[in-house]
Design a protein around this ligand. Structure first.
Ligand code: S3P
Length: 171
């Protein structure tokens, strides 16, 4: 299977880029968070509150298994924490190629600072939290990625052009 999968930290642009990329590559778009919300008929925040993070992570794994059974090629934006589970990384590899949209903490902070929908960024000092989580997650994202694309200070069009080039090279 050859889906194009966008991975990276919250706020790096996976959903925005993914939606536009799906037009360019003529593959349908999926966002794992949105799909899980539709299936569960509640928001990610509510899932975290009612059932805890572990249950949400299990839902992510189950959803990837479902996608593999579908045998359709998509552009997929995956939740920021999804690649952290080894099984998920194996499933992603079978689904297609992963592009890591890599962003600096400042870029991310600017984009998510007034967002209340991400349970892991609530609380004191979100910038500090972003820095710590990114330092932990960056090596995992890099190990999971077939390609790494830095997004800081790039327009959506520039990012899309770069991904299209990668696709032409057969990434
Ligand atoms: C999470 C990222 C979120 C969502 C959940 C947990 C994470 O998705 O899955 O809030 O652990 O990084 P986005 O990356 O689409 O914001």
């Amino acid at each position: 299977m050859k889906s194009v999968i966008l991975i990276g930290y919250m706020g790096c642009g996976k959903s925005t880029v993914g939606r536009k990329l799906s037009y360019r590559l003529r593959k349908p778009f999926l966002d794992t968070d949105k799909q899980i919300e539709m299936k569960q008929k509640c928001t990610i925040s509510e899932i975290f509150e009612k059932h805890g993070e572990k249950t949400f992570r299990d839902m992510e794994t189950e959803y990837l298994r479902e996608l593999l059974r579908e045998k359709t090629d998509y552009v997929i934006a995956v939740g920021g924490g999804l690649p952290l589970r080894e099984e998920n990384r194996r499933l992603l590899r079978r689904l297609g190629s992963c592009i890591y949209l890599k962003a600096e903490p400042d870029t991310i902070y600017e984009r998510v600072k007034s967002d209340t929908t991400r349970p892991l960024l609530r609380g004191e000092d979100p910038f500090e939290r972003i820095c710590k989580m990114l330092a932990q997650r960056n090596p995992v994202y890099e190990s999971c990625a077939d390609e790494i694309l830095t997004v800081d200070e790039k327009s959506i069009e520039e990012i899309l052009d770069e991904i299209e080039e990668m696709e032409k090279r057969g990434v």
